[in-house]
Each structure stands twice: as structure tokens, then as C-alpha cells.
Design a protein around this ligand. Structure first.
Ligand code: HEC
Ligand code: HEC
Ligand code: HEC
Ligand code: HEC
Ligand code: HEC
Ligand code: HEC
Ligand code: HEC
Ligand code: HEC
Ligand code: HEC
Ligand code: HEC
Length: 318
């Protein structure tokens, strides 16, 4: 895993411990003023985007937008209801008067360099913390690991205009999640590299209420049903493995060397992980008429409707 700037160390457990500590300290410090906007400044400390442009006429143009008027954040300058801290350059860079009076004193303006993920994100969230998509960012695994908005988005120099992305997917994600790249090159995989499915179909990079930053469907079901609706049921005879343990008890969500993205190369071994041929307290057993031969057969030869059935308790063909 390549880590974002500001996260040192290679040891995952150590990193996790450090991050957990950082998180705890942050949470404690921020309680009571959760969405703390950048330190309140006097409105007279703001000079307005037009002034900034007298020296930075090429911002945010380098390579992408010709000028600020063309860029997505220009609309903020047209907002007449809110104060100057919501307008143009200074909505992100903070009040610029001292910087201007100092003839462009670099130390008197907020640059995103070396800023913590929390500091960066709070600036952006003062306008973007709305709706399900963004409401959980402050608790996301990403921000807890010092990944901020500007690790993925670039207001000035995006490579992809839509959503101001630094990189298009999946390259953006592979940049840090190097181990994921290999999974999607396996023989059987969700066609992410081919552009048919995106990482963000299943994950919300801004965090959410589920583990692994997973999305759910609108009906709060597992994300898989968004595209595999036929597996959702409800069925008269449900397979408890699907209902309770979930899709990933049998499938690898990213890629697999086994057909159908299965975890095991032999279906019988997959089933026998839970259905033992010996009487084992608590575990669902296979009836004794299943002989030793069947133990080595693909159980789905007979138990076809493995995700649930409306006609047969044992998931046979209807
Ligand atoms: C009087 C000219 C002038 C004005 C007006 C001005 N700047 Fe600058 N700014 C500079 C100079 C000079 C630098 C330093 C450039 C360098 O060294 O690369 C700079 C640097 C910056 C940097 C980058 C600092 C860094 O470390 O890379 C930011 C961000 C910035 N200005 C934002 C603003 C904003 C926002 C405004 C309006 C509030 C503004 N500037 C107005 C002259 C100006
Ligand atoms: C939506 C937030 C946002 C707005 C609005 C914004 N900036 Fe920036 N600016 C950034 C970020 C983030 C960076 C850090 C570089 C990056 O991530 O691309 C940056 C970097 C800079 C730099 C450093 C040089 C560079 O090319 O990275 C300058 C100078 C600058 N901004 C000036 C301005 C000026 C002038 C305006 C208004 C015309 C402005 N910014 C508006 C977010 C913003
Ligand atoms: C780990 C990468 C990552 C981080 C961190 C991240 N984003 Fe995003 N963001 C994305 C991707 C990818 C999309 C496109 C989503 C999609 O295709 O479903 C997106 C979409 C968006 C959109 C447009 C879509 C919408 O529903 O509004 C906004 C606005 C946005 N992000 C703002 C932010 C802000 C603000 C932050 C920080 C508080 C942030 N993002 C942090 C990756 C990221
Ligand atoms: C002053 C309020 C404000 C601040 C601060 C702000 N934004 Fe925005 N942002 C907006 C507005 C308004 C839009 C335009 C929405 C639109 O075009 O529908 C926008 C657009 C975007 C988009 C494109 C959304 C899309 O659907 O494609 C992204 C990404 C984004 N902002 C990220 C950021 C990041 C990252 C920061 C912090 C560095 C930031 N914004 C700071 C108000 C803000
Ligand atoms: C700047 C680096 C960076 C980028 C870019 C990035 N991530 Fe992450 N991501 C991390 C770090 C660091 C973690 C926390 C450590 C870990 O779990 O691997 C993380 C965690 C995650 C997790 C949660 C893992 C868990 O254990 O809960 C998911 C899911 C995830 N990222 C998906 C994505 C997706 C999808 C994208 C692209 C839209 C993306 N990331 C882009 C750095 C990044
Ligand atoms: C078809 C849905 C789906 C797609 C597409 C997808 N993921 Fe996942 N991802 C999952 C599920 C489900 C898990 C949880 C696996 C578990 O808990 O066993 C997961 C887990 C993860 C984790 C946590 C570590 C791990 O291996 O469990 C990371 C990081 C991650 N995904 C990143 C990505 C990235 C990056 C992409 C795109 C290149 C991506 N995912 C595409 C469904 C998906
Ligand atoms: C008990 C193990 C198990 C669970 C849990 C499970 N599957 Fe399957 N799935 C299988 C097996 C075995 C096959 C291959 C069937 C065959 O060979 O005929 C399969 C095949 C599939 C297929 C391809 C063939 C088809 O029927 O469309 C899809 C898509 C699929 N599963 C999606 C899901 C989803 C989505 C979930 C979660 C709701 C899920 N599976 C849960 C065992 C499982
Ligand atoms: C955005 C839509 C989408 C989501 C969400 C999604 N899938 Fe898929 N899935 C597909 C598509 C499209 C295919 C067909 C892939 C192909 O033909 O390359 C597929 C194929 C599969 C297959 C193999 C089918 C076969 O015939 O061998 C399995 C198993 C599967 N998905 C399971 C899952 C699981 C488990 C989840 C949730 C973690 C999930 N999918 C989420 C779109 C999705
Ligand atoms: C993750 C654990 C798990 C896996 C893997 C699993 N099952 Fe199950 N299965 C269960 C549970 C739990 C039940 C419910 C048992 C009960 O009600 O006694 C069940 C029920 C069944 C039933 C219906 C039993 C009845 O009495 O109604 C059949 C048939 C079955 N499984 C076949 C299979 C086959 C075939 C596979 C492999 C494709 C498989 N199972 C994989 C956990 C699993
Ligand atoms: C040749 C067909 C066939 C094969 C192959 C097969 N089964 Fe069965 N299975 C049956 C029949 C028939 C029943 C019982 C139906 C009844 O009692 O009416 C059954 C019942 C079951 C039950 C329900 C037990 C109960 O008493 O509730 C489970 C669990 C089960 N099988 C698991 C498996 C597993 C695991 C495999 C693979 C290792 C497997 N079966 C292979 C035909 C088969």
C-alpha cells in the first residue's frame, strides 16, 4: 500500500495504532465544534477573487481550465447571501489580505501543502457536507488514515473534468491500493479495468455507515442487489448462508481464479465448509443418504437454486 503524504511508516498494525490514537485525539478535540470552519476571520481580511487574479491570472488554469470563470468553483463568487469566506479563492485559501499586503507572502496564505486531512476536509466540507454521499466523510476510513479530498480531487488541475478528479478510476484508487490491481487481473473478475463496473459502484470513497466503506442499495440492502436483483428474493425457501452470512461467504467480490468468482475451486469443498458430513454440534449437517461419492460431487448438480428457491426446500430444480 502506498500511503498518502503525511502518513509515515510501513507497518500496518503500527500505522493502525497511530491512526487510532490520532483519531481519538482529534475526536476529543473536535467535540462540540464538529464542523469547525477555518478560524473565524474579520470580513475585512478578505480581498476577493478579482484582487487575487491581478497576480494569479493563470489560476486555476494550468493545463485545464483557461481561467477561474470557467472552473466549477466560480459560481461561489456569485453567491450574494453568504459572506466573503464562501466566495472564490478565499473560500478555500482563507482570507488573503495579509498575503496581498506582503506582496505575495507565502506564509500568510493557506496552501494545501502539509495540511492534515482533517484541516483540508473541513474547508471543503463547509460547503460539501450534505446528502448521503458526503455526510460520513469525517468518520470515513479514508480521513482516519489521513486521506483528504485533495488526494482524489484537484480544483485547479484535474485530469478528469467530471467531479474534478486527479485521475480517472480505477487508476486513482490503484495509486494507493496497489494490491487491488492484481485482483482485477484474475481470470474471473468484475470488469472494472474494462470500465463496465466501477470501484465506486460498490464503495463510497467518502465513507458510509457500513464496514469497508461499502454502499448499500436504496432499500438499504447489500450493494450486490443493485445489479444482481434476481438474488435478492425474498424466497419462500431462503438459503441462510445468503441471508445471514452474505454474498462474500461464497464469492470474492473483486476477482478470483475460480469460475463465478467463487472462493473455492471445488463447489463441494465450499459447501462442506459449513455442511459437514460428520455430526458436529451446531453445524448444519448433510443427511446420511449422501454417500461418500456425493462428497466429491459438485453439490449444485442437485441443489441448483443455491441462492434461494420458491418451489423447493432443498433448492432443487423447480
Ligand atoms: C501582489 C500580488 C499577489 C496577490 C494580489 C496575490 N498573490 Fe498569491 N502569491 C503571490 C506571490 C508572489 C506568490 C509566491 C509565488 C512563488 O513563490 O511561487 C504567491 C503565492 C500564492 C500561493 C501559493 C503558495 C505556495 O506555497 O505555493 C497561493 C495559494 C496564493 N498565492 C493564493 C493567493 C490568493 C488566494 C490571493 C487572493 C486572496 C492571492 N494569492 C493574491 C502574489 C500575490
Ligand atoms: C475549491 C477550492 C479552491 C479554490 C476555490 C481555489 N483554490 Fe487554489 N488551490 C486549491 C488546492 C486544493 C490547491 C493545492 C494544489 C492542488 O491540489 O491542485 C491549490 C493551490 C493553489 C496555488 C498553488 C499553485 C498550484 O498551482 O497548485 C495557487 C497559487 C492557488 N491555488 C491560487 C488560487 C487562486 C488565485 C484562486 C482563485 C482564482 C484559487 N486558488 C481558488 C484549492 C482551491
Ligand atoms: C478516496 C478518494 C476520494 C476522496 C478522499 C474524496 N473523494 Fe469526492 N469523489 C471521489 C470519486 C471517485 C467521486 C466520483 C463518485 C462516483 O463516480 O460515484 C467523487 C465525487 C465527488 C463529488 C461529486 C459527486 C456528488 O455526489 O456530490 C463531490 C462534490 C466530491 N466528491 C467532493 C469531495 C469532498 C468535499 C471531499 C473531502 C471532504 C472528497 N470528495 C473526498 C473520490 C474521493
Ligand atoms: C464556498 C463553498 C465551496 C467550497 C469551500 C468548496 N466547494 Fe466544491 N463546489 C462548490 C460549488 C457551489 C460547486 C459547483 C456545484 C455544481 O456545479 O453543481 C462545487 C463543485 C465541486 C466539485 C465538482 C462536483 C461535481 O459534481 O462534479 C468537486 C469535486 C468539489 N467541488 C470539490 C471540492 C473540494 C475538494 C474542496 C476543498 C478543497 C471544495 N470543493 C471546496 C462549493 C464549494
Ligand atoms: C491517497 C491514497 C488513497 C486513494 C487515492 C484511495 N485510497 Fe482507499 N484507502 C487509503 C488508505 C490509506 C486506507 C486505509 C488503509 C487500508 O485499509 O488499506 C484506505 C481505505 C479504503 C477502504 C476501506 C478498507 C477497510 O479496511 O475498511 C476502501 C474500501 C477504499 N479505501 C477504497 C478506495 C477507492 C474505491 C478508491 C478510489 C475511488 C480509493 N480507496 C482511493 C488510501 C487511498
Ligand atoms: C462488486 C463490488 C465491488 C467492487 C466493484 C469493488 N469492491 Fe472493493 N470490496 C467489495 C466488498 C464486498 C468488500 C468486502 C470484502 C469482505 O469483507 O470480505 C471489498 C473490500 C475492499 C477493500 C478492503 C480490503 C479487502 O480486500 O477486503 C478495499 C481496500 C477495496 N475493496 C478496494 C476496492 C477498489 C480499489 C476497487 C476498484 C479497483 C474495488 N474495491 C472494487 C466490493 C467491491
Ligand atoms: C452458499 C454459497 C453462496 C452464496 C452465499 C452466494 N452465492 Fe452466488 N453462487 C454460488 C455458487 C455455488 C454459484 C455457481 C452456481 C453454479 O455453478 O451453478 C453461484 C453463482 C452466482 C452467480 C452467477 C450465476 C447466476 O446464478 O447468476 C451470481 C451472479 C451470483 N452467484 C451472485 C451472488 C450474490 C449477489 C450473492 C449474495 C446475495 C451470492 N451470489 C451469494 C454460491 C453462493
Ligand atoms: C454495478 C453493478 C454490479 C454490482 C454492484 C455487483 N455486480 Fe456482480 N456483476 C456485474 C456484472 C455486469 C457482471 C458480469 C461480468 C462480466 O460479464 O464480465 C457481474 C458478475 C458477477 C458474478 C459472476 C457471474 C458469472 O456468471 O460467473 C458474481 C458471482 C457476482 N457478480 C457477484 C457479485 C457480488 C457478490 C456483488 C456484491 C459484492 C456484486 N456482484 C455487485 C455487475 C455488478
Ligand atoms: C457460510 C455457510 C454455508 C455455506 C458455505 C453453504 N451453506 Fe447451505 N446452509 C447454511 C445454513 C446455516 C443453512 C440452514 C441450516 C438449517 O436450517 O439447519 C443452510 C441450508 C442449506 C440447505 C437446506 C437445508 C434444509 O434443511 O432446508 C441446503 C440444501 C444447503 N444449505 C445446501 C448448500 C450447498 C449445496 C452449498 C454449497 C453450494 C451450501 N449449502 C453452502 C450454511 C451454508
Ligand atoms: C445426487 C444429488 C445430490 C447431490 C450431489 C448432493 N445432494 Fe444434498 N440432498 C439431495 C437430496 C435428494 C436431499 C434430500 C431431500 C429430501 O430429504 O427430501 C438432499 C438434502 C441435502 C441437505 C438438507 C439436509 C436436511 O436434512 O435438511 C443438505 C444440507 C444437503 N443436501 C447438502 C449437500 C451438500 C453439501 C452436497 C455436496 C457435498 C450435496 N448435498 C450433494 C441430493 C443431493
Amino acid at each position: 500500500m502506498k500511503l498518502p503524504t503525511g502518513v509515515a511508516g510501513k507497518s500496518r498494525p503500527l500505522l493502525a495504532a497511530v491512526c487510532a490514537l490520532g483519531w481519538a485525539v482529534w475526536s476529543a478535540g473536535a467535540s462540540g465544534q464538529q464542523k469547525a470552519a477555518p478560524a473565524a476571520a474579520d470580513t475585512s481580511d478578505y480581498v476577493g477573487a478579482e484582487t487575487c487574479k491581478t497576480c494569479h491570472e493563470d489560476m486555476p488554469s494550468k493545463g485545464f481550465y483557461k481561467n477561474f470563470e470557467e472552473s466549477r468553483h466560480y459560481v461561489t463568487t456569485l453567491d450574494t447571501k453568504k459572506g466573503p469566506e464562501y466566495h472564490g479563492c478565499e473560500a478555500c485559501h482563507g482570507p488573503g489580505k495579509a498575503h496581498v499586503e506582503g506582496g505575495g507572502d507565502k506564509t500568510k496564505i493557506f496552501t494545501f501543502k502539509n495540511a492534515s486531512a482533517k484541516d483540508v476536509s473541513d474547508r471543503c466540507l463547509k460547503c460539501h457536507e450534505y446528502g448521503n454521499e458526503h455526510a460520513n466523510f469525517s468518520r470515513s476510513v479514508h480521513v482516519q488514515n489521513n486521506v483528504s479530498c485533495v488526494d482524489c480531487h484537484s480544483p485547479h488541475h484535474p485530469r478528469e473534468a467530471e467531479h474534478l478528479m486527479r485521475e480517472p478510476q480505477p487508476q486513482l484508487c490503484y495509486g494507493c491500493h496497489t494490491e487491488m490491481k492484481q485482483l482485477f487481473t484474475r481470470t474471473f473478475h468484475h470488469r472494472v479495468n474494462e470500465g463496465l463496473v466501477q470501484c465506486t459502484d460498490c464503495h463510497n470513497p467518502h465513507g458510509g455507515s457500513l464496514t469497508r466503506q461499502l454502499r448499500s442499495t436504496e432499500a438499504q440492502d447489500v450493494v450486490c442487489f443493485k445489479c444482481h436483483a434476481d438474488k435478492a428474493g425474498p424466497f419462500v425457501f431462503e438459503h441462510q448462508a445468503v441471508k445471514i452470512e452474505g454474498c462474500t461467504s461464497c464469492h470474492l467480490p473483486h476477482g478470483s481464479s475460480n469460475p463465478h468468482l467463487l472462493k473455492r475451486s471445488q463447489i463441494n469443498l465450499l459447501c462442506l465448509e459449513c455442511h459437514s458430513f460428520t455430526v458436529d454440534m451446531g453445524a448444519p449437517t448433510v443427511p446420511t443418504f449422501h454417500n461418500q461419492t456425493q462428497k466429491y460431487q459438485a453439490c449444485t448438480l442437485c441443489h441448483v437454486a443455491i441462492h434461494g428457491s420458491n418451489s423447493n426446500q432443498y433448492f432443487f430444480k423447480p
